[in-house]
Design a protein around this ligand. Structure first.
Ligand SMILES: *[C@@H]1O[C@H](CO)[C@@H](O)[C@H](O)[C@H]1NC(C)=O
Length: 148
């Protein structure tokens, strides 16, 4: 019985679109639990805006760059600097496989993003954040979200 269930589940996952999304307020909750607030002065709204403009909350997103590196996950973390995908040289500053960045728990992704924010002095490393989030009123990103 268990086995049949497992086989059903596996074939379901294999035959459907495997992209995993997270809802805005669910992400706010996870980020709050991981204590991102206050890191370099950024708010939860900054983080939500970052996830939105980078991946549209698609945890599975992988994107190839012109230079041959890849960006991974909800924060589109780059393989040349931060994680290793074994496809090209990586500084691997976060000491993790890029594959782990795609984990549905989000923890590797958040931990690496926190490292990027603290090591590079903020979110300006993310081009999309600079273009669409920096210096704008962002508090509406938290509308309707209850953390407790
Ligand atoms: C989510 O990301 C995956 C991997 O890049 C992609 O195949 C999929 O189309 C994306 N989903 C949406 C709805 O954008």
């Amino acid at each position: 019985m268990m086995r049949a269930l497992l086989i059903c589940l596996v074939s379901y996952l294999a035959t459907t679109n495997q992209a995993i999304f997270i809802k805005r307020c669910d992400l706010a909750k996870v980020l709050h639990e991981e204590e991102v607030e206050g890191l370099e002065g950024y708010t939860l709204s900054d983080w939500l805006c970052l996830a939105s403009v980078e991946s549209n909350f698609n945890l599975s997103k992988v994107n190839e760059n012109a230079d041959g590196s890849f960006d991974y996950g909800i924060f589109q973390i780059n393989s040349h600097y931060w994680c290793n995908d074994f496809r090209s040289h990586s500084e691997n500053i976060c000491h993790m496989d890029c594959e782990d960045i795609l984990s549905p728990t989000l923890l590797p992704s958040i931990n690496c993003a926190k490292k990027i924010v603290s090591k590079t002095g903020g979110m300006k490393n993310w081009v999309e954040w600079r273009l669409h989030c920096a210096g704008r009123p962002l508090s509406y990103w938290m509308t309707g979200c209850h953390l407790g």
